[in-house]
Design a protein around this ligand. Structure first.
Ligand code: NDP
Length: 448
């Protein structure tokens, strides 16, 4: 037995922290984890999971409308936000319970309280209890960034959006990234008047330009309004409870809610990191090497707190790699190449690998194939909404180096296609695969 209370003390029971805790414990380590909010972290409690359920709920608006063209006689549907919200929150409670059970089953001690680091191998709980651990893993995730402007206290973030008392009739969403576009789609389908306000002129920076343009065009057709190059100046509350948003270079907008989705910052404040000499980068993220070790050898970090790729499956990989390397005798380094990603907008986007611009920059000579089509069900429904699939191929090797898709079920299709890109398959390999007809995915093997 070591002289420490634990072999591993994890701060934060989100995606990365829970995975690291349970794998370290399964390798025989004595593990404790502290969580000040709820077990499950951002993804389960106020992120991916409840968001995806809202996306499903929102999509019924289109399905119920289109169903008439498929012969269904549907009375005018009525949407009740409170029913969906409460069902989603109940599902979140259920999942939180399962995460807790997993930790219990692996004999991980859970402290439902805040923990701060008071030494390279020592933490202090909120009640003053001090505990020692041979290693400390920081997995505290990120927090929504709210720019500083007068009236910013009237805005909500993705932390509060799942708990709204009522569906806002008018909502302004600040930002042009993942959360802004996903919630714009959700609220628009529920019938809210949605305006996205962006400080720049680009939505979803990092995604392929043609795909971004397609989403913008479809979103506008669906009635979502956009204001570009319009930084927030202030929000004021009116007597009737509504909010007036003042923007630079634009008319003010009156809304019932303002959602700020301007990125997430690493949760590194007030947990004692600087006091023990853990180095942070200019964004406040913990600097780690490829083994997830910080500048203090006994302190490691995984997930959004390290600001590498802010995605749940990446945090899970990092947690697993840390636990396998340090406690399982199986040194593992996470491979950050060709990480697939999705935006659950209406319609959704899926992407893996290089965009056309990145590939031209890096490889010089590339071939690009696109399929611009209307999904069969959209044709029958009379829905004038076109999908776009795009394949980027390295001219020199014929390897597929990027796949970018917008259209129904794009993330579901992309996940499987990402295996081929990750495996380094060529355009000829795609061509050699017989189409599965009729499907949307068959477009991927029919690109000319
Ligand atoms: P994103 O990084 O996706 O987008 C942030 C947006 O806010 C950009 O449009 C950015 O503009 C703008 N912005 C940044 N700083 C400011 C500022 N000071 N004032 C005004 N606007 C600003 O962040 P999100 O908040 O949408 O999401 C946070 C993270 O969560 C994402 O990066 C993603 O990793 C993760 N996430 C993933 C999802 C998924 O996988 N489907 C879903 C939701 C979240 P500009 O382009 O000019 O920088």
């Amino acid at each position: 037995m070591s002289d420490f209370d634990y072999d591993l003390f994890v701060i934060g029971a989100g995606s990365g922290g829970v995975r690291a805790s349970r794998i370290a414990a399964s390798h025989g380590a004595r593990v404790a984890v502290a969580e000040e909010h709820r077990v499950g972290g951002t993804c389960v409690i106020r992120g991916c999971v409840p968001k995806k359920l809202l996306v499903y709920g929102a999509h019924f608006a289109e399905d119920l409308h289109d169903a008439r063209k498929f012969g269904w006689d549907i009375p005018e549907p009525r949407f009740d936000w409170n029913v969906l919200r409460d069902n989603v929150l109940a599902e979140v409670d259920r999942l939180e319970g399962l995460y807790g059970q997993t930790l219990d089953n692996h004999k991980v001690t859970v402290f439902k309280t805040r923990a701060t680091i008071v030494g390279p191998q020592k933490v202090r709980l909120a009640d003053g209890t001090e505990l020692t651990a041979e290693r400390i893993l920081v997995a505290t995730g990120g927090w929504p960034h709210v720019p500083d402007f007068p009236g910013s206290e009237y805005a909500i973030t993705s932390n509060e959006v799942f708990h709204l008392e009522a569906l806002p009739k008018r909502i302004v969403i600040a930002g042009g990234g993942y959360i802004a576009n996903e919630f714009a789609g959700i609220f628009n389908e529920f019938g809210s008047k949605v305006t996205i306000v962006n400080r720049g002129d680009t939505i979803l920076r990092g995604y392929d330009e043609q795909i971004r343009d397609r989403l913008l065009q479809i979103s506008m057709t669906k009635g979502i309004e956009f204001r570009f190059n319009a930084p927030f100046q202030s929000i004021t509350r009116n007597d009737d409870g509504s909010l007036t948003v003042m923007l630079e270079g634009c008319e003010p907008i009156v809304a019932d809610a303002v959602l700020v989705a301007a990125g997430r910052v690493p949760n590194t404040k007030g947990i004692g990191l600087e006091d023990v000499g853990v180095e942070l980068d200019e964004h406040g993220a913990i600097k780690v090497d490829e083994t997830n070790q910080s500048s203090v050898p006994s302190i490691y970090a995984v997930g959004d707190v390290t600001n590498r790729i802010q995605l749940t499956p990446v945090a899970i990989r990092e947690g697993q790699a840390f636990a396998d390397s340090v406690f399982g005798g199986k040194p593992t380094v996470v491979d950050y190449r060709n990480v697939p990603s999705a935006v659950f907008s209406h319609p959704p986007i899926g992407a893996v690998g290089m965009t056309e611009a990145q590939a031209r920059d890096k490889l010089g000579s590339v071939r690009v194939y696109t399929s611009d089509f209307r999904a069969m069900k959209n044709v029958l429904a009379g829905r004038n909404e076109r999908a776009l699939y795009k394949m980027v191929v390295n001219e020199a090797t014929d390897q597929v180096v990027g796949l970018h898709m917008i259209g129904p079920d794009a993330p579901e299709i992309l996940q499987a296609a990402a295996i081929a890109v990750k495996a380094g398959l060529t355009k000829a390999d795609f061509d050699a695969t017989v189409a599965l007809h009729p499907s949307m995915a068959e477009e991927l093997v029919l690109l000319k």
